[in-house]
Design a protein around this ligand. Sequence first.
Ligand SMILES: N[C@@H](CCC(=O)N[C@@H](CS)C(=O)NCC(=O)O)C(=O)O
Length: 85
Amino acid sequence: MKLKVYADRLSQPVRAVIIFCKVNGIDYEEIKVDIANREHLTPEFAEINPMQQLPAIVHGTFKLFESHAILIYLASSFPEVADHW
Ligand SMILES: N[C@@H](CCC(=O)N[C@@H](CS)C(=O)NCC(=O)O)C(=O)O
């Protein structure tokens, strides 16, 4: 099950999540949600994050939002992430 990261790189917390994935070799699929085009305000995206903000992730059946929570989840759940994180 590949990690999905819902992202718009204009967003600092999105960049934090993406950089964390890249630095730690986490395989992920980036799904662009264009804030300028209000794509985060669609009912479909509300199913992923009811707060309708970025970033958000889906990992299998698990959904999570809030960048700090996402970073803790990634550090805890992916064995390739070094212990110092
Ligand atoms: N505390 C949240 C902040 C999320 C946030 O404010 N995201 C902004 C982009 S930086 C957003 O989605 N804004 C769109 C909106 O609020 O309508 C986090 O760290 O994930």
